[in-house]
Design a protein around this ligand. Structure first.
Ligand SMILES: NC(=O)C1=CN([C@@H]2O[C@H](COP(=O)(O)OP(=O)(O)OC[C@H]3O[C@@H](n4cnc5c(N)ncnc54)[C@H](OP(=O)(O)O)[C@@H]3O)[C@@H](O)[C@H]2O)C=CC1
Ligand SMILES: CC(=O)C(=O)O
Ligand SMILES: [Mg+2]
Length: 768
C-alpha cells in the first residue's frame, strides 16, 4: 500500500462510521420506567447515601474500580513533540481502546489545556474521585517527573506515567532476555541511551535496579552527550551524566553493547551500528518512526538483536504490553500505588513468558509458523492470550505482598478464569482467520464480481493479502467499477465467461462437464449452455484447478447456486450430504450453529455426520470443539421420535468418536449454562465445559435461531460455511454485506489450505 493510501486509510478509520475510537455504553437495563427509576431519580439516591456513609462503597455501586483516566497535556505525543491537547486525543483514545481490548478496563481520555505543573496536578486531583487509576501519558520531561511524583504522593489510587514506567517495564524485560541470548552480563555491558526525557530516564533507572552500572552508561539529549561538566543539567539528567570526554552519538556508540533509543527518528546510522561491539542489542523505540529503520539495521549487522516500538516488525518493545495488564492487577486488589515491587514482578513475568512455548493461536494471529525464544522473539506479542492471565496476577500478588493492596485475592485459579472470561473473543477469531489466510493466500473466484459490493469485498481481500481474487462477470462493468473504487489491477484476472476470450475455455469446460454428466441424461449442448452461467463456470474453474476456491450467492437464491456447485464439484470422500455451519461471534465467545441452510429434516445418521463435520471445521479456527446436540428434551426426558432421533445421533457419535466432546440431547439453556448443566446432569460429557457449538435437530430450528440471534442481538455471523464439499466453495446469503463476504473469503482460503494439506498427506501416504 502506498504512503498516500495508508494516510487516507488511517484518516478514514478515525472518521467513519462515527468519529473517534471509543464510546460509552450503559451496563444496566434502561428499557422501562421502572428501570429508569432505579438508574436515576429516585433509586439512584440509595447508593449515593451508602457512599456518603462509607466512601469505599463507591467501588461497590459505581464503575470507579474499573475506570482509568488516560490524561495528557499533549506536550510529548509519541515522538511527534508538543502538538497540544486536542492533537493528542487520537493517541489517548487509542490507549483507551488498548486498555479495553487487552484488559477489559474502561477509560475516559482527558486532555488538559495547561503546561503549568501546579494547574495540571490540581486538575487531576480534582477529578480523581471518579477513577480507580490514573494513567499519565505523553507529558514531556522534566515536568512529567514532578507531576507524577506529586500525584503519587497526594492520591490514594494507582498513578503511573506510562511513558516512564510502562516503557521501563517492557524494555527491561526485553533487555534481560536479549542479554541472555547475546550471552552478556548486565553488570558489564556498555549502554547508550538516546534521549533523556520521561521514558529514557525511567528506563535507565530500572536497568540500574537490575544491575546495569552507572559508569557503563552514556545518555544523550538533543544537545549531545550528557557530561558531568555540562552546565544547567536537570536533576534527572545529572543522575546519568558521564565523566567520559565524549560529545557525540558516534563516539558513544563505539564498542557499545546496547543502544536504547527513546528520542527521535532516524538519528542512528549504519556506520554507528557497525562500530558497536559483537552481538549488539539495539532497541530503537521512538514512535512512530524509530531511531533507525528495522530493515536497514538487520541488513547492516547480521549479529544484531533488534527491536522497535512498532507492530510491523519482530520484537515490538512498546508499553502496550504493560499498561493494560499492570493496571488490571492493580485495580483488582485496589492497590493504592504502583510500586517498585509491582513493576519488578511485571518485568519478570513478561520476560519468563517469552521463554514458554508459543501457543498456536499466537502463531495464527501473527501469521508466523514457529516463534520461539531467540533473536527475533525476545518478548511476548501483544495479542498473546496468556498475557492477561500472567501479568495481572503477578502484579496483584506483588501489591499484596508489599502492603499496597486494600483488597485481597485468595483463589488465584478462579482469578485467572475471571481474567480469561473478561476477554471477548469476536475480534480475536476474525484476526486469527485473516492471519491464517495470509500465511498462504489462495486464488478465489468471485462469481458475481460485476456487483459493486462483491467487488469491494474482493478489493479488501486483495489489499489485506487474504487471497488473490479472480473477478468473474461482465468485463466492462467490472472495469468501470474498479476505476470507481480505485482498485488497481495488478496481477488480477477478470474472466467474462460469455466473452470471445473465454470461448475455448468454455468449450473445454463443457466437454469435461458433459463427460461427468453424460450418463445422467445430460447432453453436450446442455453442458455448453450451463457453462455460460457464471456459477457453473466458476465451479468448473475450481474443479479444474484454475481457481482454489469460489464465493457466490450474493445475488441469487441459495439453491440456484448450490445446484451447479454440487453437480460440478461434488462431495468429499465419505460424505453423502453437504451441510452448513454459521459462526456467531457472541459475547460469550465464538459459537457454531449447524446445519443452518441445507438439510431440512436430517435423520440420526445425518445429524451425527453434521456434528462430525462441524467438529472438523471448528478445529480450522484453532478452537477446541465442545458440542451440544440440541432438542426440546434433556437426556431422554421425552420419548417422542423427534427427541429419539437426537438421542440416537448422540449414541452413534459416542461410539464412532469417543474422543469428541459431544453430548445431548439437551435444551439450549442447559447447553449454554455450564453451572446448571453440571448441577443437573453431572454425568454429561459436557458438564462444567463451555459449549461452543450447537447442532440443531432440523433446518427450521437452526436457520431460525441463527437469524434470530443475528437480527435481534446484532451478533456478527460468519457463514453459512459449507461442510462436506470436495473443493472450497462457499455460498453467501442473498444480499450479504461486504464484511460478511470478506470473512467468507478468509474461510474459503483457510478451507483451501486445509484441503491442499489433506491431499498432500494422502499422496505422501500412498507414496510410502
Ligand atoms: N516504544 C515505546 O513503548 C515508547 C516509546 N517512546 C518514544 O520515546 C520518545 C521520547 O518520549 P518521551 O520520553 O515521552 O518524551 P520527552 O519529551 O520526555 O523526551 C524526549 C527526549 O528526546 C530527546 N531528544 C530530542 N532530540 C534528540 C536527539 N537528536 N538526540 C538525542 N535525544 C534527543 C530530548 O532531548 P532534550 O531533553 O534536550 O529536549 C528529550 O530528552 C518518543 O519518540 C516516544 O514515542 C516513549 C514511550 C514509550
Ligand atoms: C508508545 C508510547 O506511549 C509512546 O510512544 O509515547
Ligand atoms: Mg506515550
Amino acid at each position: 500500500m502506498s504512503k498516500h493510501s495508508k494516510r487516507r486509510e488511517a484518516l478514514m478509520y478515525h472518521a467513519k462510521p462515527r468519529p473517534g475510537k471509543i464510546q460509552v455504553v450503559p451496563t444496566k437495563k434502561y428499557a422501562t420506567q421502572r428501570d429508569l427509576s432505579l438508574a436515576y431519580s429516585p433509586g439512584v439516591a440509595e447508593p449515593c447515601l451508602e457512599i456518603e456513609k462509607d466512601v469505599n462503597n463507591v467501588y461497590r455501586y459505581t464503575n470507579k474500580g474499573n475506570l482509568v483516566a488516560v490524561i495528557s497535556n499533549g506536550t510529548a505525543v509519541l515522538g511527534l513533540g508538543n502538538i497540544g491537547p486536542e492533537a493528542s486525543k487520537p493517541v489517548m483514545e487509542g490507549k483507551g481502546l488498548l486498555f479495553k481490548i487487552f484488559a477489559d478496563i474502561d477509560v475516559f481520555d482527558i486532555e488538559v489545556n495547561t503546561e503549568n505543573i501546579d494547574e495540571f496536578v490540581e486538575t487531576v486531583k480534582n477529578i480523581a474521585p471518579t477513577f480507580g487509576g490514573i494513567n499519565l501519558e505523553d507529558i514531556k520531561a522534566p515536568e512529567a517527573f514532578e507531576i507524577e511524583r506529586r500525584l503519587r504522593e497526594e492520591l490514594d489510587i494507582p498513578v503511573m506515567h506510562d511513558d516512564q514506567h510502562g516503557t521501563a517495564i517492557i524494555s527491561a524485560a526485553a533487555l534481560l532476555n536479549a542479554l541472555e541470548i547475546a550471552k552478556k552480563d548486565i553488570k558489564k555491558v556498555k549502554i547508550v541511551i538516546s534521549g533523556a526525557g520521561a521514558a529514557a530516564v525511567s528506563c535507565t533507572r530500572l536497568y540500574k535496579a537490575f544491575g546495569a552500572k552507572a559508569e557503563n552508561i552514556v545518555m544523550l539529549d538533543s544537545s549531545g552527550v550528557i557530561r558531568s561538566d555540562r552546565k544547567e543539567l536537570s536533576e534527572e539528567k545529572s543522575e546519568f551524566a558521564t565523566k567520559r570526554k565524549i560529545d557525540t552519538l558516534e563516539e558513544a556508540m563505539m564498542d557499545a553493547d546496547v543502544f536504547v533509543g527513546l528520542s527521535i527518528a532516524g538519528i542512528v546510522t549504519p556506520e554507528m551500528l557497525l562500530s558497536m561491539a559483537k552481538n549488539p542489542i539495539v532497541f530503537a523505540m521512538a514512535n512512530p518512526n524509530p531511531e533507525i529503520d528495522y530493515e536497514l539495521a538487520v541488513k547492516t549487522r547480521e549479529d544484531i538483536i533488534m527491536a522497535t516500538g512498532r507492530s510491523d516488525h519482530p520484537n515490538q518493545v512498546n508499553n502496550v504490553l504493560g499498561f493494560p495488564f499492570i493496571f488490571r492487577g492493580a485495580l483488582d486488589v485496589r492497590a493504592t500505588k504502583i510500586n517498585e515491587e509491582m513493576k519488578m514482578a511485571a518485568v519478570k513475568s513478561l520476560a519468563a513468558l517469552a521463554k514458554e512455548p508459543v501457543p498456536e493461536q499466537v502463531h495464527i494471529a501473527y501469521g508466523e509458523t514457529r516463534l520461539a525464544f531467540g533473536k527475533e522473539y525476545i518478548i511476548p506479542k501483544p495479542f498473546d492470550p496468556r498475557l492477561i492471565a500472567t501479568v495481572p496476577p503477578a502484579v496483584a500478588k506483588a501489591a499484596m505482598e508489599s502492603g499496597v493492596a486494600t483488597s485481597k485475592i485468595t483463589n488465584w485459579e478462579a482469578y485467572q478464569d475471571e481474567l480469561y472470561d473478561r476477554m471477548g473473543s469476536d475480534n480475536k477469531i476474525i484476526r486469527l482467520m485473516y492471519n491464517r489466510a495470509r500465511m498462504d493466500p489462495k486464488r478465489i473466484v468471485f462469481a458475481e464480481a460485476d456487483s459493486l459490493d462483491v467487488l469491494k469485498a474482493a478489493q479488501i481481500v486483495y489489499e489485506e493479502g487474504i487471497g488473490i481474487p479472480i473477478l468473474l462477470g461482465r468485463r466492462k462493468i467490472i472495469k468501470e467499477l474498479m476505476a470507481e473504487l480505485e482498485f488497481e489491477k495488478k496481477g488480477i484476472d477478470i474472466i467474462d465467461p460469455k466473452s470471445d476470450m473465454q470461448a475455448k475455455k468454455l468449450k473445454d469446460y463443457a466437454k469435461k462437464h458433459w463427460n461427468r454428466r453424460k450418463r445422467s441424461g445430460s447432453t453436450l449442448y446442455d453442458s455448453e449452455r450451463n457453462m455460460r452461467e457464471r456459477n457453473y463456470f466458476a465451479a468448473m474453474m475450481v474443479s479444474e484447478g484454475d481457481a482454489d476456491a469460489m464465493i457466490s450467492g450474493y445475488s441469487r437464491a441459495y439453491p440456484s447456486v448450490l445446484r451447479p456447485v454440487l453437480e460440478t464439484i461434488g462431495l468429499f470422500d465419505g460424505v453423502s450430504r453437504v451441510a452448513t455451519t454459521n459462526l456467531m461471534l457472541t459475547k460469550r465467545g465464538p459459537m457454531f450453529l449447524s446445519d443452518t441452510s441445507i438439510n431440512i429434516d436430517p435423520n440420526s445418521h445425518e445429524l451425527a455426520k453434521i456434528a462430525q463435520m462441524t467438529n472438523y471445521t471448528m478445529k480450522l479456527f484453532g478452537l477446541e470443539p465442545v458440542i451440544a446436540m440440541i432438542s426440546y428434551s434433556n437426556f431422554g426426558s421425552s420419548r417422542d421420535p423427534h427427541a429419539r432421533k437426537v438421542q440416537e445421533a448422540v449414541a452413534l457419535l459416542h461410539k464412532s468418536n469417543p474422543d469428541m466432546h459431544v453430548d445431548g440431547e439437551l435444551q439450549v439453556d442447559f447447553a449454554l449454562n455450564p453451572v446448571l448443566l453440571k448441577e443437573k446432569f453431572p454425568f454429561s460429557k459436557l458438564a462444567g465445559k463451555k459449549v461452543n457449538a450447537l447442532i440443531f435437530p432440523n433446518l427450521d430450528s437452526a436457520n431460525s435461531n441463527y437469524k434470530l440471534l443475528k437480527e435481534l442481538n446484532a451478533v456478527e455471523s460468519i457463514g453459512p460455511i459449507m461442510l462436506g464439499m470436495k473443493k472450497p466453495v462457499h455460498i453467501l446469503q442473498l444480499g450479504a454485506s461486504v464484511e460478511e463476504m470478506v470473512n467468507m473469503a478468509a474461510v474459503a482460503v483457510i478451507d483451501a489450505q486445509q484441503k491442499e494439506m489433506r491431499l498432500k498427506e494422502q499422496a505422501a501416504k500412498k507414496g510410502n
